[in-house]
Design a protein around this ligand. Structure first.
Ligand SMILES: Cc1cc2nc3c(=O)[nH]c(=O)nc-3n(C[C@H](O)[C@H](O)[C@H](O)COP(=O)(O)OP(=O)(O)OC[C@H]3O[C@@H](n4cnc5c(N)ncnc54)[C@H](O)[C@@H]3O)c2cc1C
Length: 457
């Protein structure tokens, strides 16, 4: 059996660990059962944002009328837009694979990793072992009826790039961030989009005001049904029949479409690992249980990224990769204390209409733990926001009234994913509202909205 210093399962955030291990001079095995680069590169962040950028451009053109610019979109080359996304993904993927192949001391195993015991992994009959194992095997789209997968016109985020033609009509099941991003994208291109969400609002992990603004902005071109549960989908000829039931009054409905997109959440890939042969534990949804050092119940075995079910974003996964690697090094150093993962300043962004970003607690979460209050500033309270005629976008700042500590911030509007970063940086350094106020901000720039929101404390 081949022995390594470390085995990494999954080449998404797992790549960070592999690179660090190679730099350290460890013999490393990387096991990957699909395309190198993981979800973010192949079916997640990268391709979706490649296609959302043109959708954003279309919306900007449509909105430019309010500034006195009468422009319109002549046509959309959907094939070219998708091809650009595919080419970019393939380019990044090839580059990544070449870099793995060039790494000193790293072996790439292309196959499914299955544990045979705590520190032994089998890949198609070949067994390898290491005292340190990092499980970074991610998640896959949850599909209630798996027999639908692969059928013409049935999509998840995994196969959406296979869509050859812009659909005339698309029903999206789910109202989370993937659903909202794709609803924005396809409706901007002219597809008739229907979104079905069983909760009472879209993006239910965000502040209610954020959900309401997204519902309003998307609602101009998307049919949104909240409190609507998906009962089932079936194919009849070339059409998909989507059955729903209203949670409010039990009324059933039958919708017809050529294309359906399942965006009902993500399931753990841990099921593929044969963890029953180990003492690694999972929760009832199959996500791997880790302690605050990201270590599983088995010493030396860590679980990072989506598979631990904590914060399912690529930047969170990369942060965890750094923490886990540091902790493996510290475990080797007598008397050193390991580092706890700290999610206080973990941001998130949703590239829908309008863009959404957030960090920290919501107002109601904050009020449960301290004397918290919130202040909201609208984009057009600043010169730049007014220049853009941005009337509805806002920044909601949440602080502890007793000491000014920043507890959270929620932004809905242009460049939200960029504006949130200042708050993240200050929160990561335990900063207060005055830390933002004290810094000089460029006038007149959108960043003044954040300053203004925190100046109100
Ligand atoms: C449509 C979409 C859009 C997204 N947009 C964003 C965004 O804008 N920003 C953001 O931060 N996040 C975004 N995400 C989330 C982000 O992609 C994930 O949080 C991130 O990729 C998780 O990284 P990971 O390393 O934990 O897992 P993954 O990237 O999923 O990597 C896991 C890898 O392990 C492999 N694997 C699984 N089981 C085994 C096994 N038994 N043996 C060997 N290999 C195995 C898988 O094939 C996969 O390649 C998006 C996700 C989707 C689906």
């Amino acid at each position: 059996m081949k022995k390594y210093d470390i085995i990494v399962i999954g080449s998404g955030c797992g790549m960070i660990v592999v690179e660090a291990a190679a730099k350290k001079g460890w013999r490393a095995a990387l096991v990957e059962d699909s395309h190198i680069g993981g979800t973010c590169l192949n079916t997640g962040c990268v391709p979706s944002k490649m296609i959302i950028s043109p959708a954003d451009a279309i919306n900007e053109i449509a909105r430019s009328k309010r500034l006195g610019v009468n422009a319109s979109v002549d046509s959309i080359d959907f094939k070219k837009i998708v091809e650009r996304a595919i080419t970019t993904v393939i380019g990044y993927r090839n580059k990544l694979k070449r870099s793995v192949q060039r790494m000193e001391g790293v072996d790439l195993y292309e196959g499914v990793a299955k544990f045979t015991s705590d520190y032994v992994i089998d890949i198609a009959g070949e067994q390898i072992t290491a005292p340190r194992i990092v499980i970074a095997c991610g998640t896959h789209p949850f599909v209630p009826d798996k027999s639908m997968i692969g059928k013409e016109g049935f999509f998840t985020s995994d196969n959406l790039l296979n869509i050859k033609k812009l659909p005339e009509r698309l029903i999206i099941a789910g109202g989370g961030y993937i659903a909202c991003e794709y609803a924005h994208l396809f409706s901007s291109f002219g597809t008739q989009v229907v979104v079905l969400e069983k909760g009472d609002r879209l993006l239910d992990r965000e502040e209610t005001e954020v959900s309401r603004l997204v519902e309003k902005a998307l609602g101009n071109s998307v049919e949104i049904y909240t409190q609507t549960k998906l009962e089932g989908v079936r194919k009849e000829g070339a059409e998909w029949i989507v059955n729903t039931v209203s949670i409010e009054n039990g009324i059933t409905n039958e919708l017809r479409t050529g294309r359906v997109l399942m965006a009902l959440g993500r399931s753990s890939n841990a099921e593929s690992l044969n963890l029953h042969n180990t003492s690694v534990e999972t929760d009832r949804k199959g996500f791997i249980i880790v302690d605050s050092y990201l270590e599983t119940a088995v010493p030396g075995i860590y679980a990072i990224g989506d598979v631990n079910g904590k914060h399912m974003f690529r930047h969170a996964a990369d942060y965890e990769a750094e923490i886990a690697f540091q902790n493996m090094l510290l475990a080797d150093t007598k008397g050193s204390k390991k580092i706890k993962a700290n999610y206080m300043a973990m941001p998130r962004a949703i590239f829908t209409r309008p863009q959404v970003a957030g960090v920290g607690l919501t107002e109601s979460e904050a009020k449960k733990i301290c004397n918290a209050t919130s202040k909201t500033t609208y984009y057009n309270e600043t010169v730049k926001g007014e220049a853009m005629q941005e009337r509805e976008g806002f920044v909601k700042a949440i602080c502890n009234c007793d000491n000014g500590q920043i507890l959270g911030c929620h932004i809905a509007g242009p460049q939200a994913s960029v504006l949130i970063q200042e708050v993240v940086n200050v929160m990561a350094n335990n900063g207060t509202a005055s830390a933002i106020k004290r810094c000089v901000h460029i006038h007149p720039a959108l960043t003044e909205i954040v300053t203004l929101a925190f100046s109100k404390f």
